[in-house]
Design a protein around this ligand. Structure first.
Ligand code: KG4
Ligand code: ZN
Length: 354
């Protein structure tokens, strides 16, 4: 079954063709990073306009690269949300138009859940069957979410950030340190040359029972540390600051993951996805702490892409085989800007006291 995936939730326009949920025939991404870099963050209006310009040529060249035509496609999966409303509207409208014109089924996909399926791309059927149930982390510029995934479409949110997302914090601290946007990859680069033990860092949300992430305190700590420096920062100090800050940013995640592993012993693997999962130090830290297999997306599928949308769309199509169409003309579904946070509560009385 061939799925066309379309993604336009933030600052990347993406189109992909994926066979049976895990074999990528083509995946094209048009990144707007350079357009937003002068502003130090994504400007929603610019993002929406850039998507408009990019989407049609990207669609044409993805089909060409995959060597398929629209009549070969079985269904169209599109990011429904969460994301920037103006940006989402471009992808959703394009997908609806395509579905209307071709009569293909249209499948709305949750962007955050789809990141998890990005971590399964390329796995064999046996590897995939052995991966579930899993704990899945989505660590990106907009989200730091931990899920228990019992089956491909069953996501139980067990922890999320109460303030900044991890990637958002990396980007903001990168900006404070004078690094280019987005800060995450630059912090990784500087940290690799730094000593994490030189500059002390606070440990955030340490209580075991506290199943949530928090990054605003770490960001404030870095701002206060910077304000105390009397001389302009030399490269060694920047490297040491990045190494210490990055380690604590990731340690926090690994600590919560360890608690979750103890609570859900049925878990057979860990999946880490989202832009921050590209970080090699984070990968190594995660791999070294857990005895179950850890799956990370190929670098091309860490950041926003449409292969993950098509991958998740395939699972939805399979689940709704007899009824897998969403009427493109129906008015009862549309883009939605907010993720409905419904945390699965599993805290016991004893946990609360620990
Ligand atoms: O998933 P993504 O592309 O977009 C969102 O949905 O947010 O994630 C972008 C985030 C940015 O905060 C960026 O700094 C971070 O991912 N990022 C990294 C690395 N590459 C991208 N963070 C740390 N190390 C990296 N190598
Ligand atoms: Zn994303």
């Amino acid at each position: 079954m061939l799925l066309l995936g379309i993604e336009s939730s933030c600052d990347e326009t993406a189109v992909a063709i994926v066979r049976n949920g895990r074999e990528v025939l083509a995946s094209k991404v048009s990144s707007q990073v350079a357009r937003h870099a002068p502003f130090g963050g994504v400007v929603p209006e610019i993002a929406a306009r850039e998507h408009l310009t990019a989407i049609q040529p990207l669609f044409d060249c993805t089909l060409k690269e995959a060597g398929v035509a629209m009549h070969d496609i079985d269904a169209i999966a599109v990011t429904q949300g969460p994301g920037l409303v103006g940006a989402l509207l471009v992808g959703v409208s394009f997908a609806k138009g395509l579905a209307l014109a071709t009569g293909k089924p249209l499948i709305p996909v949750d962007h955050v859940h789809a990141h998890i399926h990005g971590g399964f791309l390329g796995l064999s059927d046996a590897e995939f069957d052995n991966a579930l149930p899993c704990l899945a982390l989505v660590v990106s510029g907009g989200h730091t979410n931990l899920y228990l995934v019992e089956s491909p479409l069953n996501f139980r949110l067990i922890a999320h950030t109460t303030d900044d997302a991890c990637g958002e914090c990396l980007d903001k601290v990168g900006k404070l340190l004078g690094l280019p946007y987005p800060g995450g990859p630059w912090i990784e680069k500087c940290a690799a040359a730094g000593d994490p033990d030189v500059i002390p860092m606070p440990r955030m949300v340490e209580r075991k029972a506290q199943m949530e992430f928090s990054y605003s305190g770490l960001k404030t700590h870095m701002a206060l540390w910077l304000a105390k420096q009397t001389n302009p920062l030399d490269q060694k100090t920047i490297n040491d600051a990045c190494a210490a800050f990055q380690r604590e940013a990731f340690e926090q995640i690994v600590r919560k993951l360890m608690v979750a592993c103890d609570r859900f012993p049925q878990v057979k693997s860990i999946v880490v996805a989202g832009g921050v999962s590209a970080n090699q130090a984070f990968r190594q830290m995660t791999r070294s702490r857990f005895h179950v297999p850890c799956h990370f997306p190929a670098l091309a599928y860490c950041s926003d892409n449409a292969a993950m949308i098509a991958a998740m769309g395939w699972h939805i199509a399979m689940a709704r085989r007899s009824d897998n169409t969403v009427d493109a003309t129906a008015s009862d579904w549309d883009v939605y800007p907010r993720y409905p946070f419904e945390i699965h509560k599993f805290e016991t009385e004893q946990d609360k006291q620990s």
